[in-house]
Every structure is written in C-alpha cells, then in structure tokens.
Design a protein around this ligand. Structure first.
Ligand code: SAH
Length: 455
C-alpha cells in the first residue's frame, strides 16, 4: 500500500506539465520534482491521493544522462528554475512533449504536426525583467532575492543567472539605501513596513533601463538618495526611469496603481524588429528579447499576410504583434485591458509612422463581441491571452467574425488546448503547433498554433 512517509525506489519516465518527473509505483503515477527522464531515485512519499501520489527525491541512485551540473548555487532553494538540473536539449524536448500532451489529452487532437521546440537564442541571462522581493533577516539586515518554492520565504541572492548582471547591481544599491535610511520592509502578515519589491526592466535593443521600487507607502525616506545609489551603480545599461510605485493593497500583484517618477521618464524605449516601443511599468512586455522576435515572426509567418487583410490582435499589450502585422496588412485593430499599455500602443504606432493600426481599451470579452456586432470581419485574428486563456465571450465573438485564420499565442498549453478544441468544434482545423522556448530553465512553455477555417 502506498502511503505518506513511505520510502520507495522509482524510475522517472516522463516530465509532466509543471516540470515534475513522473514514475510509477504499483501502477500509480508519482510526481517527483527536480528529477529527469531516466533517473533512478530513492524517494519518500509526501501525499497519496486516489489517482496519483507526490514524492521528494532523497537520493539519485542512477542519474539520467540528461542531468547536468548545478546551474546555480541557489538551485533547489530558490523556486525560480525548476528545470535547471536538465541539459538544454532535454528541456526543449520536454517542452515539446508538454505541448503535444496537452493538445492530445485536453484538446482531443490527434496527429497534429508539433514542430521541434524553437530554441532560445540565449539559454541563460535572457530575462529583461527581474522582480526581487525585499526583506530583512533575523539580525535586521536588508535582503533581496526570490521566494523558495511554493512559499513566501525569501532566498537571498546577489545575482541571478536568468537575468542581466546589472539587475543584481541595482539590487545591491537598493539594499544599501534601505540600510542607510533604516527603511522598513513590508511584512505580508501584519501588512506593515514600507519597501516591498524591486522591479527592474531592461530594453535590450536600446540599452535603456527602468528601476521601480514598490512600497506600502506614498513616500519613501530620502528619495534622492535612492536615485543617487541607483545611478551610481556601474552598469552596462543606462537608467532612464526610476519610479516609486505606491502599493498599499494587501494583494500579490506586482504593482499598485500609482507611480511617482523619481528620476527621468515614466517609460523606457526599446527597439524590436526594427520598430521602436515605449513601455510603462504597468505594461506587459515579453521577457526574452531575442526570442520575442522569433515568436512574433513565427506568428506572422503562420498568418501568411498578403498586405491587404484586416487583422484583429486581441490581448495586444503595447501593440507589438499589431505593429509587426501592420507592416504586412491592410488594417490592424488591437484590443487590450491595461490603460497604460493602450497608451503605449497608440504612441508606438505614431512614432513608427504606422497609420493603419488602431487600438481599443477594454477587455477582449467585451470589445470582441462589439466588433462582431458592428460587422467587423477580420481575415486574421491573433490572440495572446494570459494564462487563463480566452473567455467564452471572446471565443464566440471570434467565431462570429469568422476569420480565415486564427493564430493563437499561448503561455499555457492547457488553456490553449481547451480553447483550440472549442474553435475546432465550430469549423476550424488546427494546422500546426510551434512550441517556443521563451523561458529556459523553467517549466513554463510558450506555443503558437495556427487554426484555419475549414473550406
Ligand atoms: N501580445 C502582447 C501581450 C501578451 S500578454 C505581447 O506579446 O506583448 C497578455 C496581455 O493581455 C497583457 O497585456 C494583459 O494586460 C492583457 N489582458 C489580460 N486580460 C485581458 C482581457 N480580458 N482582455 C484584453 N486584454 C487582456
């Protein structure tokens, strides 16, 4: 009988969504984090449910050939890189399998061509956005780092191999500032204390940087000292924006609603695919710059625009896909829920001299039905929703508009499969899926699929 606390020896034969290794004991699937296909491991069971069990590897008895040496000294302690113990080729294979699996099991698709996972041009130090929670240790010394897996316990770090070295330098400068000004740090339980997180964003194409301190306060002590310390760091990127974000709400959102510019401007500029993009702290921006260009080029090549189409880009962010598409289409309409992102998108169209793109503020589930009712009939629809996928109202509106092609960009294979299934029940065929590795060393999987209208 399998029960919690029991020890066992298991061979891992697959990697599940979420990155855990999976093996079998008495025919039951057992999920074991930080293992590779082919590992023979001694495990202890933590939880046994009716259909599956969860364990922790206590010893790797025979290591898989796909294992590699520790990628980072904080591996395991930090919750950030759950595939860091796997060599990169294996990560790519695993991500392809996760996409294929979701499409088959959740979407009910069979024999769809899933391309080889598109490799990230840089398999490490690719992140252009870093968010460091701030805290103090038992002795009261200021710390920044990441949370341990499935917890809010801070693992202190001075540099992270997923991000640029500059981010670690600004973190160091921030900790000095917190020490010198005796600034308190936010405690989630008591909801007291000021400094919450340091958020850094880098624009790789322009080498501009934005540094945002989020605080549970309307003001911070000696803001000029914070600015001075950030600007004094010997970094490759040039800081163009230093912002205090007022975040007094007890939620886990990265940012509160209000920004106060402490230095420079509220936005930074990036150059991507020959276009220039203005980005606000609240706007979404893809975090792996060189791979973003590949992602967008894949989406565009699947769309196969001829230069005359009307295109709808739902969940458009700052209008990146929209403006890439505008160069190859007749007219583009972008829809996005975050007001700052829509402002950025309008500004981005203007400064790139793009006149055939318009942007609408609102949710996809509200705006798409309106567009459908107005008789808008785009030939191509791009959708790039957050992890929860598309709302039913957005999907029915797309179906009503009856586009020839739907290009679905997704960061969650499960909701992608669910939504693609829904669209394919109503006259579309899934032509191709392209897993794209936007997030090396983590189990996050991005994919682009093409759905084409039948007949
Ligand atoms: N295509 C863009 C953004 C993708 S991320 C890019 O590549 O940069 C998903 C975007 O959807 C985010 O900008 C988010 O703010 C937006 N969003 C989230 N929920 C939404 C909704 N219900 N309707 C419209 N946009 C939404």
């Amino acid at each position: 009988m399998l029960e919690a606390g029991k020890k066992a020896v298991i061979t891992i034969d697959a990697i599940a969504t979420g990155g855990d290794g999976v093996g079998r004991l008495n025919g039951m699937a057992v999920f074991v984090p930080h293992t590779c296909r082919g590992d023979k491991a001694e495990i202890v069971l933590n939880k046994v449910k009716s259909g599956c069990a969860y364990g922790t590897a206590t010893k790797i008895l025979e290591p898989s050939p796909y294992r590699r040496a520790d990628f980072c000294a904080s591996s395991g302690a930090c919750g950030g890189c759950d595939l860091a113990h796997m060599d990169y080729e294996e990560q790519l294979f695993v991500k392809g399998q996760i996409v294929k699996d979701a499409l088959e099991r959740i979407g009910g698709f069979k024999d769809i061509p899933v391309r080889e996972t598109l490799r990230s041009p840089r398999p490490e130090r690719y992140r252009n956005k870093m968010v460091f929670p701030l805290g103090r240790n038992a002795e009261g010394k200021a710390l920044g780092g990441f949370f341990a897996p499935a917890s809010h316990t801070l693992v202190p770090l001075t540099d992270c191999r997923q991000g640029h070295r500059d981010a670690g330098l600004w973190l160091g400068a921030t900790l000095e500032y917190l020490e010198e000004t005796h600034t308190t740090v936010y405690d989630e339980n008591s909801r007291r204390g000021a400094a919450r997180r340091l958020f850094v964003r880098l624009a790789e194409g322009s080498k501009e940087a934005m540094v945002v301190l989020t605080a549970n306060a309307k003001k911070i002590k000696q803001p000029e000292l914070f600015v001075e310390k950030i600007l004094a760091a010997k970094t490759e990127y040039t800081v163009k924006s230093i912002v205090l974000n007022v975040h007094t709400e007890p939620n886990n959102l990265l940012l509160g609603s209000k920004n106060k510019v402490l230095y420079g401007t509220e936005t930074i500029e990036d150059v991507l695919g020959g276009l220039c993009f203005s980005i606000s702290p609240h706007s979404f921006y893809q975090i792996n710059a060189p791979q973003t260009e590949n992602l967008y080029n894949t989406a565009l090549s699947l769309a196969g625009l001829s230069g005359t189409e009307t295109v709808l880009d739902l969940y458009c962010g700052i209008g990146t896909i929209s403006l890439f598409a505008a160069r190859k289409a007749g007219h583009v309409i972008g829809v996005e829920i975050v007001p700052q992102a829509i402002e950025n998108a309008k500004e981005n169209a203007k400064r790139n001299g793009i006149k055939n793109a318009e942007f609408i503020l609102g949710s996809a589930e509200e705006i798409a039905p309106k567009l459908a009712n107005e008789g808008k009939a785009p030939q191509v629809v791009f959708v790039d929703p957050p992890r929860k996928g598309c709302d039913e109202a957005a999907l029915s509106a797309i179906l009503k508009m009856n586009p020839k092609k739907i290009v679905y960009v997704s960061c969650n294979p499960a909701t992608l499969a669910r939504d693609a299934k829904r669209l394919c029940q109503k006259g579309y065929t899934l032509q191709e899926a392209v897993p794209t590795d936007m997030f090396p060393n983590t189990s996050h999987v991005e994919a682009v699929v093409l759905l084409q209208r039948d007949n």
